[in-house]
Design a protein around this ligand. Structure first.
Ligand code: ZN
Length: 189
């Protein structure tokens, strides 16, 4: 797909189509959203929340899951809060998420089918990488969102900002609140 992308991109820049997207790196609506990488949410999620280019920092992971407290997702949230002026955090999972049906054993089988050796898998596991835990999804999106919300709220480096949990319908864009944080927004500026 790369060639198609580059060809399109040339036109895009030449025709100055970027003009309608001009903004800054600071989120106009002072929020950061952690959501899922699901393809149905690319445009639907911002549209359903009335977010335009420049309005929010959006961090994506498979399943909108934070997983580790000092991994890339948590770091992104921390940077959005401290360096980019996000004063409110939204964790937005969705129904029919691919991470709700993921089977670690099946994925490991696919590793081998795609040429990863059993040896490599054993080496990783012997080195303390628990692939089953690492690949595990969730049974219930509401519980998963709540877990991520709690993890962010209780993180030792997260200041006193509201952290809300929501679930979005990937067909209609309807948002349901899982956990509304009543804490007041205190501006960072
Ligand atoms: Zn998903």
């Amino acid at each position: 797909m790369l060639e198609q992308v580059l060809e399109y991109n040339k036109q895009f820049v030449e025709k100055q189509e970027y003009k309608t997207f001009e903004t800054t790196k600071f989120p106009n609506k002072k929020c950061v959203i952690l959501t899922c990488m699901d393809t149905r949410l690319i445009e639907l999620l911002p549209a359903s929340m009335n977010l335009k280019n420049g309005d929010a920092k959006i961090v994506k992971s498979a399943g909108a899951v934070v997983s580790t407290p000092f991994g890339g997702i948590m770091r992104s949230l921390i940077v959005a809060i401290y360096e980019l002026g996000a004063d409110e955090v939204f964790v937005i999972g969705h129904h029919d998420c691919g991470m709700s049906s993921i089977n670690p054993e099946a994925v490991k089988k696919k590793f081998v089918e795609r040429g990863i050796t059993e040896d490599t898998i054993h080496t990783l596991e012997n080195a303390g990488v628990n692939l089953d835990d690492w690949l595990r999804g969730f049974d219930n999106v509401t519980d998963s969102v709540q877990q991520s919300v709690d993890q962010i709220r209780n993180h030792p480096l997260v200041p006193n900002v509201p952290v809300h949990g929501l679930v979005i319908d990937p067909a209609t864009g309807k948002l349901d609140v899982v956990d509304r944080d009543e804490k007041a927004v205190t501006s960072s500026k």
